[in-house]
Structures are given as C-alpha cells and as structure tokens.
Design a protein around this ligand. Structure first.
Ligand code: 48F
Length: 257
C-alpha cells in the first residue's frame, strides 16, 4: 500500500540532503543554458563539486526552440565536436554548417551534467552575490516563485570558490556585481559594455575570447560574456556557446586549488 506521508517524507529527506551538499561547493553556475551546462559537465568530469542554479523549471535556456520555435539548431565545425562528445547526433547541412535536434541537444547535455556528478537546482534564482576582500565568494539564492509573487522572503547563501555567470543576454550576476559590489570589471570601461546587434561571424569568434574572469571569483560564459564585453549577438547558432562553457571550465580548473 502506498502512503501519502511516505512520499512526502521521501521528497523532503532527499531534497534536504541535496541542499546540504550544495551549501559549500567549488563552483556555482548561474543559469542552465548551453554554456552553463557544458561548463558544469566539464568541471564535474574533473571531480569538482558543482551546483547549477536555474531560475526556470526547465534547463536548456534558449536552446529548446532553435530559431523562432523551429527546433533545429545550427552549429559549425568547432561546435560539432563538442556536441558529439555529448552523444548528440549531428547532421551535415553544407560545409561548416551542421544541424542537430534542439530537444536532443538539451536532453543529452543535461543527462551528461547529472551523470558527471553536478547537481542542478531548478526553480531557484540567483539574486545576489557574497563579496569578501574584493572577491566573489558565493551567491544568494531564492525560489523564483518568491520573485514572481513579489513576496518579501529573505534568501539563503551558498559559498563557492568560483561563480560562473551563464545567465545569457540578461547577464544577471554581472549586473548585480556592477550595481552593488563597487568592483571594477576588467572590460575597457570597467563596467558591462552591453550587447550589440546581430553579427553571427564576429559574435561567434568573440565569445570564447570574452569568456574571462571579470572580477576575482566571477567568470562570464556564453551570451553573457558577449553582453559584458560589448560584442554582438549571434542568434540560433550554438557552437560559440558550447566552446565558451568549456573555456569557462578550463579557466576555473587552471586556478582552482
Ligand atoms: O539564455 P541561455 O540559453 O544562455 P547561454 O548559455 O546561451 C545563449 C543561447 O541560448 C542563445 C544565443 C546564442 O546561441 O544567443 O540565446 O548564454 O540560458 C541562460 C539561462 O540562465 C537562466 C535562464 O532561465 C536560462 O535558462 N537564468 C537567467 N537569470 C538567472 C538564471 C538567474 N538570476 N538565476 C538563475 N538562472
């Protein structure tokens, strides 16, 4: 016989343990879009303790819907190799243009993130950071539903050696750091430069270079990196996002003790 209370207790006990595990981690990744997911999988494969906070219920960010809900994504040679590492089936369209099913991409990336040992917490937003001695050393989180309902509920904090802003166009974490920390970003103006209009080739070539530690302890990845450094958007091509996620992980791996 199945009991209602046993189900509730199983969920509470297990979630409680999960939350306990993520209070102090090596890396917090903010946002489970393509760049955040690749970053998480790359770090977790190297045995780093990783948690991904995703404000929506679903992971995948802008990857589900390809371009304008046509759920096919385009990638170039460099991105193709990464998708294949994650067992996504890639089809050639023409030289240097490949296609993959958008849903298969998100599911495969998510599967590998979890199997590599990273923990994904969905429905939770990063709403602030913790700063000590001019270094970002954690994030402040709350249920996304709290923000949606405009409730006055205080958040909780999580400690991390590194934080990755992979929140996409909105670059939420960098905005918070800029507004509240008094720290200067390592961009040419010391602040977020802002995203430029679409220019696929330039945007894709810049995103990996823009993937950097912008203030001590905070690395930017994916579309956030282009928004912070003033590069263009690229639309529904995803190679740069995947490469940026990998690059963010490599930067952290080279610095983390
Ligand atoms: O937007 P998103 O997919 O970011 P990305 O990895 O990829 C960008 C592409 O999807 C596309 C593009 C190029 O191909 O231009 O847009 O850079 O994923 C960002 C994720 O972060 C979540 C958001 O819901 C999304 O799933 N997110 C945003 N703000 C927060 C957040 C926040 N404050 N806390 C937690 N998650």
């Amino acid at each position: 016989m199945l009991e209602e209370i046993a189900i509730s207790r199983a969920i509470i006990d297990s979630y409680w343990r999960k939350l306990g595990k993520i209070l102090e981690v090596d890396v917090v990744i903010c946002g489970a879009g393509p760049s955040g997911l690749v970053c998480a999988a790359t770090l977790a494969k190297k045995k780093k303790k990783v948690v991904v906070f995703e404000k929506k219920l679903s992971i995948g960010g802008g990857m589900w819907a390809g371009g304008m809900f046509f759920n096919e994504i385009v990638i170039q040679d460099s991105g193709k190799k990464i998708l294949e590492e994650y067992k996504v089936r890639v089809r050639k369209y023409k030289k240097n243009y490949y296609l993959a099913d958008a849903v298969e991409c998100v599911c495969s990336l998510g599967y590998h993130v979890i199997k590599a040992g990273a923990i994904i917490i969905n429905g939770v937003s990063v709403e602030d950071v913790v700063v000590r001695k001019s270094r970002i050393c954690g994030v402040v989180i709350n249920w996304s539903a709290v923000e949606l309902a405009n409730l006055h509920v205080d958040p909780l904090a999580v400690k991390a050696k590194f934080v990755v802003d992979a929140t996409g166009h909105s670059s939420d974490v960098v905005r918070i750091v800029e507004e509240k920390s008094g720290l200067k970003l390592n961009t040419k103006i010391g602040k977020r430069v802002g995203e430029r209009s679409m220019w696929v080739d330039l945007a894709e070539s810049m995103v990996e270079k823009n993937t950097q530690e912008v203030v001590p302890g905070l690395v930017v990845a994916g579309m956030c990196a282009n928004a912070v450094f003033g590069s263009p958007r690229m639309g529904p091509i995803f190679g740069g996002m995947l490469l940026s996620g990998k690059r963010a992980a490599e930067i952290i791996l080279s610095k983390i003790k």
